[in-house]
Design a protein around this ligand. Sequence first.
Ligand code: PLP
Length: 397
Amino acid sequence: MVLQSKLSDKSTRFTESVIRGMTQLCLRHNAINLSQGTPAYQPPDEVRYAAIEAIQEGYNQYSITWGAPDFRDAIAHKMTTFNNIPTDSAKNVTVTCGSTEGMLSSLLAIINPDDEVIIFEPFYENYGPDTIISGAKPVYVALRESQPVDGIMQFTYDSAELRDAFSVNTKAIIINTPNNPLGKVFTQPELQEIADLCCEYDCIAVTDEIYEHMIYDDKPHISIGSFPQMQDRTITISGLSKTYSMTGWRLGYVVAPETLTDAIRKMHDFLTVGAPHPLQRAGIAALNLPTSYYEELVLKYNKNRQQLLTTLTESGFSCFSPEGAYYIMTDISNFGFPDDTAFAHWLVKEIGVGGVPGSSFYSRSELGETKFRFMFSMSKDILEEAGERLMRIQSKL
Ligand code: PLP
């Protein structure tokens, strides 16, 4: 009780991660965990061997705080060729402990008290605490769903609402493409509209592109930082966690203009000193994988996407067909539960499958209480087993 009064205000303004809480619940009930976005796969063999070699060769002390030079070179090459953002490894790249730290270091580097940050909603749950920790005032813009056609929904924002969200106090807008939890991939016209507003209101685009290599149906990945008008006002964040199935390695990076990079590097240095040095060495091997690696990745995930979409639609969910990433957002209104949390607990205990209550992706829980997210980075067998279990929903209601 006494200690409660010693806590910072910030620490009391957000709860523990709902997603990680769902993982605990799944473990307790032996349920198939389709909640947390942990890949079911392993990093390629040559990348794992590179990590072992790096340790044997003695890369066991700190790297330069903002990243080992060769790793930054590989990132700069990838950013220049894949993202179309001309990148200098000496001036523009900061290696961070995952893109999670990249986002927080970036916001800490640019936010002053009461600066506003625009966030599309629903959003990846970390952005809530990120704004609180950095002291930003979040301004939400809704991604609204259309009426489902054949059980499938689309999500878009309203241009007038987006324009209204900008003000003289806007410091930044957070973009996440492909988006978690919706799998929405922002289009060229959408990004152009956002870029024009950023220039008009003199603010920064902070873009989280961690799922950039997981896009389906031949849609392109477009980085807003590649637009000439945005090159001096974009912070692009990505990482190796998802593309190479190495969420535990904690390798992320931030690419930004030199002045912003200098500030981000300072935040990063005093938060974490640096990302694991031997794993950065192995990260070079990952970034040098051939194009076929990325093609196979998309094929693999696309099969999972189709399998889970079919299962969920047949089990009575209305689904948003994701254009990218590895999540499917659904609507659970049909099932008649009081809210998404009640449904989440019932699904784990009675059906043996875990997902994430939609409310955790919204600023106000009531906005997401009819939504529920599943992830599909799972082996075919486990997705099949989850499918068989989900088909029992109707008989258990
Ligand atoms: N950004 C988004 C949108 C995510 O969904 C996730 C993980 O689920 C992350 C960032 C975290 O990535 P990292 O492992 O690089 O910290």
